[in-house]
Design a protein. Structure first.
Length: 155
């Protein structure tokens, strides 16, 4: 499943206690980002069941270019806040909420980058989620596609 999210990537920050066991998100930017990711993932899955089993996630975050961006800083990339692990955390939670994946614990491989958006581009992220399980024949329990199913030839 591949899809693009347009919007300002926001990190999943710390939560703060407001009393009586209630915790709230510290950053007001997280909710709109998670909603944008959930909406794009929901549209991309097109009614399919959530991906389950071992999954691979590749995500490229496109961050706003600072006005004072120098050639050296372009070469260095966005090696400042937001932290990439917190961007991943907020995004993975949204993928689960959208029903795109059964649980973010299923993700066993992550490749993530954060880059400054090109002047003609958009802020947001490009996602690719893939199963790391070999495809199986629907007619035989657990037989991989290399097998020979009498009904479909293992296709």
């Amino acid at each position: 499943m591949k899809f693009t999210v347009i919007g300002l990537p926001a990190p999943q920050g710390s939560k703060r206690h407001v009393g009586h066991g209630v915790m709230v998100e510290s950053s007001k930017k997280v909710a709109p980002w998670r909603e944008a990711v959930a909406n794009a993932a929901h549209a991309a899955r097109n009614g399919a069941e959530p991906l389950d089993g071992p999954l691979s996630l590749t995500v490229n975050f496109w961050l706003p270019r600072p006005a004072s961006l120098t050639k050296k800083r372009i070469a260095d990339g966005p090696c400042r806040k937001p932290d990439i692990d917190k961007l991943i955390r907020s995004s993975c939670d949204a993928l689960t909420t959208a029903g795109a994946i059964a649980d973010d614990a299923r993700i066993v491989s992550i490749v993530a980058t954060k880059r400054y958006v090109e002047p003609t581009g958009h802020v947001g992220a490009d996602f690719a989620i893939e199963s790391m399980r070999p495809a199986t024949c629907p007619h035989s329990s657990g037989q991989t596609t290399e097998g020979n199913c009498a009904r479909c030839g293992g296709k």
